[in-house]
Design a protein around this ligand. Structure first.
Ligand code: NAD
Ligand code: MG
Length: 397
């Protein structure tokens, strides 16, 4: 019998959270759900609480928590409903939890994910922003707390699977020459700059291969997602920017590759379904069924690869510059980009101006030294958001 693992899912109502619970429900003898969180989706969280009977449910504010208590009245076994950032950190670090799925979107995921790191949990890391904003602070907390990080991002999970066993965060594997991250190219892979200028949120969120939350969907359309993933890969695998490549692969079947000194290139393949990396990380080093259909390569037919176009996708260049600059730059880029994407989704910014807002923030603050602790990271994040908001006003004018 496998050991029973106790799981907190941060961001349970999101795309990654729901995929995680789908895999977990296939293995009731392996996983027990201890806590679930959502920001404001009371109905969705109520449904998940009825299905998974967690001991705790956490929402963003008191009003949402009260509404969930009403929905769950009389349910057995009882779920205790909490709210706010401190409660998120509490269920991420709780003594009875061994595994935390970090699947909150954006900078809001940092504090609870860091709490899980300090408490020495097994962290299934979907929230790439934790590493982009606070790479060193986060990895130091992991090593001090004795936490393990298992990458959920499909590219990083693929690389992890192609590296020699025993390889951990921040340590470069011997004999590795390059890590190659694949990118689908997103919905605007073939679009002209003029078409991208007119792009609507609906078009930007219509990803050809993956079904994801709206923020990461827009990032995939600008290719900022791949840029953030370069920074994530640098921290997770301890490799320099010059050893990280991006290649566009429209079929999203090869999830990334590792090139060794002897010329060998190992790739991990599978259908584009996040339940594969999630099941891999949940069970590691064992393997479990994920519910994903077997890969039919004859049906896929052909696998294509092309170089990315940094002229139409300047966000990729900005992320590389931020990674090379190091210090404050990655955190500044992430914060500005969150502001710009939110404005685009609200119809207040043109698609092609997202990169302009990001670049303005990098120019203003990207030269600053890196933030040494959580407080400084959060302060830098606030400053970068303020610069980005001023730039939004200029773009709108
Ligand atoms: P999503 O928007 O579908 O879900 C986000 C979840 O976070 C929801 O449960 C939401 O309630 C919660 N949340 C949002 N704002 C919050 C806040 N301020 N405080 C607390 N909780 C909040 O997002 P997603 O697509 O599931 O992505 C989640 C994370 O996983 C992101 O960091 C993303 O980059 C990463 N990721 C996602 C995919 C994917 O396929 N969706 C792939 C790789 C990595
Ligand atoms: Mg990815």
């Amino acid at each position: 019998m496998p050991a029973m693992r106790t799981l907190t899912v941060l961001g349970a109502t999101g795309s990654i959270g729901l995929s995680t619970l789908d895999v977990v429900a296939r293995h009731p003898q392996r996983y027990r759900v201890f806590a679930l969180s959502a920001h404001r989706q009371v109905d969705a969280l109520a449904e998940l609480c009825r299905r998974h009977a967690p001991r705790f449910a956490v929402l963003g504010d008191a009003g949402a928590a009260a509404a969930l208590r009403t929905r769950l009245a009389g349910a057995a076994p009882a779920t205790e409903v909490l709210h706010g950032e401190a409660a998120l950190a509490e269920v991420a670090a709780h003594a009875q939890v061994d595994t935390v799925m970090a699947a909150i979107v954006g900078a809001a995921g940092l504090v609870p994910t860091l709490a899980a790191a300090r408490a020495g949990k097994r962290i299934l890391l979907a929230n790439k922003e934790s590493l982009v904003m606070a790479g060193e602070v986060f990895l130091n907390a992991c090593s001090e707390g004795g936490a393990t990080v298992l990458p959920i991002d499909s590219e990083h999970n693929a690389i992890f699977q192609c590296l020699p066993p025993g390889h951990g965060p921040g340590r470069a594997a011997a004999g590795v020459r390059r890590l190659v991250l694949t990118a689908s190219g997103g919905p605007f892979r073939r679009a002209s700059l003029a078409e991208m200028q007119r792009a609507t949120p609906q078009q930007a969120c219509a990803h050809p291969n993956w079904s994801m939350g709206r923020k990461i969907s827009v990032d995939s359309a600008t290719m900022m997602n791949k840029g953030l993933e370069l920074i994530e890969a640098h921290h997770l695998f301890g490799v320099a920017e010059s050893c990280l490549e991006v290649i566009v692969h429209p079929q999203s079947i090869v999830h990334s590759l590792v090139e060794y000194d002897d010329g060998s290139v190992l790739a991990q393949m599978g259908n584009p379904d996040m339940r594969t990396p999630i099941a891999h990380a949940l069970a590691h080093p064992e393997r479990i069924d994920s519910g994903v259909a077997p890969l039919g390569l004859a049906d896929v037919g052909r696998l294509e690869f092309e170089a990315p176009d940094e002229r139409r996708f300047p966000c990729l260049r900005l992320a590389r510059e931020a990674l090379r600059a190091a210090g404050a730059a990655p955190c500044v880029l992430n914060a500005a980009n969150e502001v710009a994407v939110a404005a685009f989704l609200e119809g207040a910014l043109r698609f092609t101006d997202i990169a302009r807002v990001d670049e303005a923030a990098l120019q203003a603050l990207g030269h600053l030294p890196g933030a040494p602790d959580l407080e400084a990271v959060l302060e830098l994040d606030r400053e970068a958001r303020a610069v980005a908001r001023r730039q939004l006003a200029r773009c709108a004018a």
